[in-house]
Write a protein that binds this ligand. Structure first.
Ligand SMILES: NC(=O)c1ccc[n+]([C@@H]2O[C@H](COP(=O)([O-])OP(=O)(O)OC[C@H]3O[C@@H](n4cnc5c(N)ncnc54)[C@H](OP(=O)(O)O)[C@@H]3O)[C@@H](O)[C@H]2O)c1
Length: 244
């Protein structure tokens, strides 16, 4: 990655910031994206302290024009990390429709459009990678997190198919599934953002379409995924309520 451009969305905090900092250690030219300019500047300083170069771009990825603007501003990208996400919770019928719309715009639309803008150039160059942050929740449909877990199932399915469509072209697409990770999004998380960052970047040297961070998370996700929906969904709700 030395001198090559890595674009990390949601790099102002949590897992995205940890990934950006880790990339700094590889000497990458890291483009940090988020809304909070001060937090981006602080994260960029950490990237530089680790030996990378850093640029910050403050924008709201729920704006329909944002992904295209971002792709144009950044130019050639070696690694795209689609990390920015939000996780509104609570019973679906009590959700704020505007909040749901913003979640879909960020977790699904921005991720899809940004990938659609940058992946073709990677395929044409025969080089490049995309890491999509999905979640163990993609395997564990959970009442109380309906739209969020569905959005992560989308990210996982999209990543699996893009993995298949681009392998053999020198390009790597991989979904990374964190379990409960201690960040602003999840104060009950037991894994650290740094553990997820290392797993995410380590996945670039693997060959499969997805990796799950943490052995227990991987086993749980796999087991729930095998169950019939009438068992998996209530169990998913229980697991999410208990372990986040
Ligand atoms: N933490 C967990 O337990 C967990 C588990 C599984 C999967 N994940 C996934 O991992 C990813 C990172 O989660 P996290 O825990 O690190 O969350 P986080 O600490 O809340 O960080 C989210 C990041 O997304 C950015 N963001 C939010 N809304 C944005 C918007 N409208 N436009 C641009 N950037 C925006 C935030 O920056 P600004 O506020 O500056 O915009 C922040 O940098 C997410 O996709 C999440 O679904 C997390």
């Amino acid at each position: 990655m030395r001198g090559r451009t890595a674009l990390v969305t949601g790099a102002s905090g949590g897992i995205g910031r940890a990934i950006a900092v880790e990339l700094g250690g590889y000497g990458a030219d890291v483009v940090l994206v988020g809304r909070d300019e001060n937090a981006l500047t602080e994260a960029a300083a950490e990237v530089q302290a680790r030996g990378g170069t850093a640029r910050t771009i403050a924008l709201d990825l729920t704006d329909a024009a944002a992904p295209a603007k971002l792709a144009e501003q950044v130019g050639e990208v070696e690694l795209l990390v689609n990390n920015a996400g939000v996780a509104p919770g609570g019973p679906f019928v009590e959700s704020d429709p505007a909040e749901l719309q913003a979640m879909v715009a960020l977790n699904i639309s921005a991720l899809t459009e940004l990938t659609g803008l940058l992946l073709p150039d990677m395929v044409a160059r025969g080089r490049g990678s995309v890491i999509n942050l999905a979640s163990v929740a993609a395997y564990v449909p959970a009442p109380g997190m309906a739209a969020y877990t569905a959005s992560k199932a989308y990210v996982l399915t999209l990543s699996r198919i893009l993995w298949a469509e681009t392998r053999g072209h020198g390009v790597r697409v991989v979904a990374v599934n964190p379990g409960a990770t201690l960040t602003a999004m999840n104060p009950r998380g037991t894994r650290t953002a740094e553990q997820v960052a290392r797993r995410a970047l380590g996945a670039l040297s693997g060959s499969g379409p997805e990796v799950t961070e943490g052995r227990v998370n991987a086993v749980l996700g796999h087991l729930v995924d095998q169950l019939p929906a009438r068992v998996a969904v209530p169990l998913g709700g229980w697991l999410m309520a208990r372990f986040g």
